[in-house]
Structure formats: C-alpha cells, structure tokens
Design a protein around this ligand. Structure first.
Ligand SMILES: Nc1ncnc2c1ncn2[C@@H]1O[C@H](COP(=O)(O)OP(=O)(O)O)[C@@H](O)[C@H]1O
Ligand SMILES: [Mg+2]
Length: 609
C-alpha cells in the first residue's frame, strides 16, 4: 500500500469525544486562555448584534415608517449604522484572533511533538516510517488547531445565534416562536446526516483518486515490464475498475451535495409558510405587525445557516478528534533509551570501548547479537566486515546507544556506558552513515551543525580536511549555497562529503562510518576515503566498508556473521588462516577486478561539475 493511501486511511479514522481527550484538548488552550476569552466574546457579540439588528429593523418598519416621523427614522438609522460599524470591527477582531490562536496552538503542538520525537529512541523510528510520521504530524496538528479556532467559531456563532434569536422571537410572539423551534431538531438531524454522508463519499473519491495515481506511476515506470509480459489488457481492466469506483464515489458526492441545499430550503419553506400563515392571520385578527413578520423571517435564517454549520463541524470534529488522539498517543510514547537518574557527564571518552558478553534483539525478539565480546584500545581502527544482515549496523547502533544491550555490558573507559548521560555519549561520537542526512539550509549551516560555535574559518578548514571544499567552491554561492529540503539539490556523494566535514568539525573522540561509500561513484569514494583517513588518525574508529583498500588499513578486522564474531585479526593474519575473511577477500577481490576491467566510463557520473 502506498504511503499516501495509508495516510488517507488514517485520515478516515473517526473518534467520539471522550472526557480525557476533551480535557487534554482544553489543556492545549490553557496557555492562551486570555486570547481565547477575547475570541469567544467577540464572536458572541457579533452574532448577538445580528439578532439585535433584526429587532431594530422591526422598530424601523413598525414605528419609524408607520409613524412617518423623520427624526425617529434618523435616530434608528443612526443606531443601525453605528452598530454596523461596531460589528465590522468585531468581525475583523475574531477573524484575526482565530488566525493568531490557530498559529499558536499549532506551534505549541508541533514543538511538543518535535521535541518528543527527538527524545524517542531509534526503535520508534524503525517501526514508523519517518516521512509518514512527519506528514501525519503536520496534518494532524493542523486539523486540531483548526477545530479549536474555526470549528469553535462556528459552534459559538451557531449557539449564540440560536439563543439570541430565540429570546427575541419569544419577546415578539411566543406562540409563533414555538412553531419555528419545531423545525430545529428536524433540520439538525437532516443536516448532520447529509454532512456525514457527503464527507464519506468525498473521502472515497479522494482515495480512489490516489489509487489511480499510484497505478499510473507503477505502469508508467514499469512500462517495459508490462509490455514484455503482455499485461496491457489486464492492466487496462484493473484501471477501468478503479476509474469506475472513483466516478461513482464522485457522482454520489455531487448528488448528495446538490440535494442538500434544496432539502434545507424546503424544510425552511414550511417554517416560512407557518410564519406567513399564522402571522397573516394574527395581523388581521390581533394586529400582528408587518415588522414582526419581517423579524420572524430574518430570525429563521439566523437559525438555519448556523445549524448547518454546526452539522458540518460535528461531522468534521470526529476526524479532528482522531487526529488529536494520534498526537496524544505519540506524546505518550516513552523513549526506550533514557538517562538513568544518577547518570553523569563523561569528562572525556578516550575511546577505550568494551563489549562484554552482549546480547541484543529488536522488537521482534529474534536474536541479532549473541554473546558478543570485543575490547577496543584507544585510537584503534576496527573494520567490521561480513555478510549483509550479520549485525554490523546493530553493533554501531548499540555503541551510539541508540539502543541498549539486552544482556551483557558495554563499557567506555572501563565504566558501564549507561552510567553516562546520553548527551555525553552522543556528543563524543561522530558518525557518517550510508544515507547522509542534511537539513534544509546552507552548506555552511549543515557543516556547522557538528559544532554550533565554530567560526566560518573552522567550517572551511573542516571542509578542506574532508575533501569537500573543492566542490563547494564550484557553487555560485559557495558555502552559502542552499542544499534544498533534505539536501535534495546535491548528489549522494556531495552530501556524504558534507556530513564528513560535519564530523571533522565536531572533533569526535570515537568515529564511526557505516557503508558511507557504498552508494557513490569511484571518484567521490576516493575523496571520502582521504577525508576519512584524516578523521581517523589517532582516534578510535569503527569502519563498516566493502572496499578492501579501506579494510586493509584497519588495525584489526572483525568478521561478523550471524551476530557473532567469526574471526578477528589483522589483514595479514586473517589471510594466512584461510578462513571467512580469506573467502570474503578473494570473492570481493574478484568483484572489484571485474568492476575495474568493465568500467563503463560514461556511467560514472562526474560529481565535480
Ligand atoms: N530495526 C530493526 N528491527 C528488527 N530487525 C532489525 C532491525 N534492524 C536490523 N534488524 C535485523 O537485524 C539483523 C542484523 O542487521 P544489521 O545489523 O543491519 O546487519 P548488517 O549491518 O550487518 O547488514 C538482520 O537480520 C536485520 O534484519
Ligand atoms: Mg548495515
């Protein structure tokens, strides 16, 4: 299933409001309660004024026009005009306040979620795709904040309109008022049902639409496979089923939407008829005035439209509550790796590391590392090699304390590393991964991320050491060049060099590189290699790599297979013993040779343009 579909499905979740969720949603408003009170008050006043206008209108018709007194008319007109100005100011006020409040609530929520996400262990991310998580946070926070501003606006408006209209109607004629009230429940039930159905059909059609997009992509990208297998006809059939689905959902949505307004109109026509009939009778028999009839008609409209809004908010609210619940659930997730209460800051980590009978498994409880013991001297360079899935990355994850051992101990400077704060470990470990991560911003900012107080000269020096300086200066803006979102304006190799420069700048005491060169071309690989060597000189380092030239340089090579150390020693020692490493070596050697002979020159993308 595509990410978009999963997202849509999540969006379709609805929830009923429960007391704890309601309390928590109210809690979000607490810091802004003054603004909130102002907001609600402004809306209530605006809606109340509407009802008052109608009351003045009635006076204009019945007293002003009927009495043919100009001064009286002028006086009413002045009230009317003055109050209109006040209302205009109030409308400006609540729209502005809704915008401000919405932004604040959204900001608070996003900040809380973001901070929380940063504290969550890696294990959380391995269960939840990050892209989807971010998209969800964005849309969920947006939906909650709009419920609490625009939704609340509609609700307040509706309630105040209905109440104030009720009061004025009762003041004018209670019997007629009761007739009008009779239609409110009918209207409410019909409107809510319509809204819900329209929303369902609308979402169905959106869903079908995104399925169609997905199908398009698949077929266009895989057009050669489709043709080769002669699948055109089947695909066409599948495709027309999808478009049919979309067509019928859109059709129903359109039909329901079109039906909705006339239905409301017919119902209100009945109420209107009652007003005219009863009012007409009363005007003949009991002197019920024209102004009164006019006022009743106006109050009727003041009730009908807000009630419709109420129905819409109600239908949408269930989705917003599901959003709120998702956010709360995320905020309630406890990080798996946490600082111990008595954790201390590590003064220095000279890089003496010991894995002492370490066992580890991920959430699925399938053993990944079993009884792993390894002692590393300060300044030593360790190469971890072995088949994919053997557990190399897991060792690095444990070392960085993204996860903690399930059994056994990892020691740094001879001390259990859970004695130290996470911060003191993370700040001393530099890591360059297979898929480098850059943040939106300039190249300079991205390198400086390694050490925030570094000067521009430091940044440049680090880039030179990492071998990134040359390609950076070919950019028009040099170090100020924007890298795009997630660094998407740069090639993988360039991103890798920048993250290397970042690691150089941070001056880590332990340096880790996990297959950092496996997805770059040979030219960049050589560059990265040079930068890496500069970084590894006299610091403890763990290198996971495939290239023999890198591995050979290590002080010690550790072969990891099935979560155990299969073999350990220097390059020369391991070759001599004709074991796992020897086999890996000869195999790899063959591959590299083939690669070297078969170098298809045009395929090598030049990184430095
Ligand atoms: N987040 C995870 N959740 C569950 N299993 C995982 C996770 N990461 C890795 N594994 C499993 O752990 C084993 C070791 O993986 P890994 O350490 O990535 O190996 P390597 O880096 O040597 O290729 C593999 O069987 C892999 O499927
Ligand atoms: Mg790996």
């Amino acid at each position: 299933m595509s990410a978009e579909l999963i997202e849509l499905e999540e969006e379709e979740h609805t929830s009923q409001l429960t007391a704890p969720t309601f309390k928590r949603i109210l809690g979000l408003l607490r810091p802004h309660w003054r603004w909130m009170v102002g907001f609600l008050f402004t809306i209530a006043l605006t809606a109340g004024l509407d009802a008052l206008f109608t009351y003045i209108n009635r006076a204009i018709i019945d007293e002003g026009i009927a009495s043919r007194s100009i001064p009286l008319l002028v006086r009413f007109a002045t009230y009317y005009g003055g109050l209109q100005l006040v209302q205009a100011a109030l409308v400006f006020g609540f729209i502005y306040l809704a915008g401000v409040l919405g932004e604040r609530i959204q900001y608070d929520l996003r900040k809380a979620v973001f901070e929380h996400l940063q504290n969550l262990s890696l294990s959380y991310y391995s269960q939840n795709a990050v892209g989807r998580l971010m998209a969800r946070v964005t849309s969920d926070t947006g939906r909650v904040s709009s419920l609490m501003t625009w939704g609340l606006l509609d609700v307040t408006w509706a309630i105040v309109s209905v109440i104030s209209s009720t009061i004025f109607m009762l003041l004018i004629n209670w019997k007629l008022a009761l007739i009008v009230f009779g239609i409110i429940p009918i209207l409410l039930i019909i409107a809510v049902n319509f809204r819900k159905k329209i929303l369902v059909e609308f979402r169905k059609s959106r869903r079908a639409n995104s399925k169609i997009t997905g199908e398009y992509n698949q077929n266009i990208q895989g057009v050669r496979v489709v043709k080769a297998l002669g699948r055109e006809d089947e695909n066409l059939n599948e495709f027309s089923v999808l478009t049919d689905n979309m067509y019928s959902a859109s059709y129903r949505a359109a039909w329901l939407s079109a039906l909705f307004l006339p239905t409301v109109q017919i119902i209100s026509a009945f109420a209107l008829g009652a007003i005219v009939w009863y009012g007409g009778l009363e005007s003949v028999t009991a002197g019920f005035s024209v102004g009164n009839i006019h006022a009743f008609v106006s109050y009727l409209t003041f009730m009908i439209w807000p009630i419709q809004d109420l129905a819409r908010v109600y239908a949408e609210m269930q989705h917003s509550i599901a959003s709120a619940e998702r956010i709360f659930k995320l905020l309630d997730t406890q990080p798996e790796v946490q600082n111990r209460a008595d954790a201390i800051m590590a003064e220095t980590i000279q890089g003496e590391i010991e894995f002492d009978h370490v066992d580890f498994y991920y959430e699925d409880r399938k053993p990944v590392l079993t009884d792993l013991s390894l002692k590393v001297r300060p300044g030593e360079m360790i190469a971890l090699v072995g088949p994919t899935g053997g557990g190399k990355t897991t060792i690095v994850n444990l070392l960085c304390r993204f996860y903690e051992p399930k059994a056994g101990v990892i020691r740094i400077n001879g001390r259990d590393y859970t004695d130290y704060t996470l911060q003191s470990i993370h700040s001393r470990v530099g890591i360059v991964l297979q898929t480098p991560h850059l943040f939106s911003g300039s190249i300079r900012e991205n390198i400086r991320y390694g050490r925030l107080d570094a000067s521009d000269e430091d940044v440049e020096a680090a880039a030179r050491i990492a071998g990134a300086h040359d390609f950076i200066t070919t950019f028009e803006k040099g170090y100020a060049q924007d890298v795009g979102e997630g660094g998407n304006q740069l090639s993988v190799g360039q991103k890798q060099l920048i993250s290397l420069a970042r690691a150089v700048l941070a001056k880590p005491e332990i340096f880790i590189m996990d297959e950092a060169t496996s997805s770059v071309d040979t030219l960049t690989e050589a560059l990265i290699q040079r930068g890496m060597e500069a970084l590894m000189a006299d610091r403890t380092s763990f290198i996971i790599a495939h290239r023999l030239s890198t591995i050979r340089r290590a002080d010690r090579i550790v072969v990891i297979e099935d979560g155990r150390i299969a073999e350990m020693g220097t390059h020369a020692e391991l070759l001599k013993s004709h074991g796992h490493y020897y086999r890996l070596y000869t195999q790899q050697f063959k591959v590299e040779k083939e690669k070297a002979y078969g170098v298809a020159v045009p395929e090598v993308v030049p990184v430095i343009k």
